[in-house]
Design a protein around this ligand. Structure first.
Ligand code: SF4
Ligand code: SF4
Length: 101
């Protein structure tokens, strides 16, 4: 379970955090992922939270999955692959360095 202050509800309009790393050649984007849970299809079985190796998803107080650490997502796809109801989607967000400025 996670506390109320740690929870962050996600929906279709959620934007992931764009991480930018600095190298000697300038700014480069690290991979970022957007995680969407489609509430109408989710039956709150908890499989996604149980399988996520980075603990990006936890079970909230109401028993439904909550994305708590989207920035840690590696895009491995385990949550998406194992969801029995196709209720979770993980997509890479592609942003070119020039879009950051
Ligand atoms: S695995 Fe799918 S149905 Fe189960 S809690 Fe996660 S999103 Fe919902
Ligand atoms: S894609 Fe992998 S790291 Fe990202 S939320 Fe799903 S299981 Fe976790």
């Amino acid at each position: 379970m996670v506390g109320a202050t740690e929870k962050r509800e996600v929906g279709l309009d959620t934007q992931n955090v764009i991480e930018v790393a600095t190298t000697e050649k300038g700014f480069v984007n690290k991979k970022s992922f957007k995680i969407d849970i489609f509430r109408g299809w989710c039956k709150s079985c908890g499989i996604c939270a149980a399988l996520c190796p980075r603990k990006c998803i936890e079970i909230g107080d109401d028993g439904s999955p909550v994305v708590t650490s989207e920035a840690k997502c590696t895009g491995c796809g385990w949550c998406e692959t194992h969801c029995p109801d196709f209720a979770i989607s993980v997509r890479e967000i592609k942003v070119s360095p020039k879009d950051e400025f």
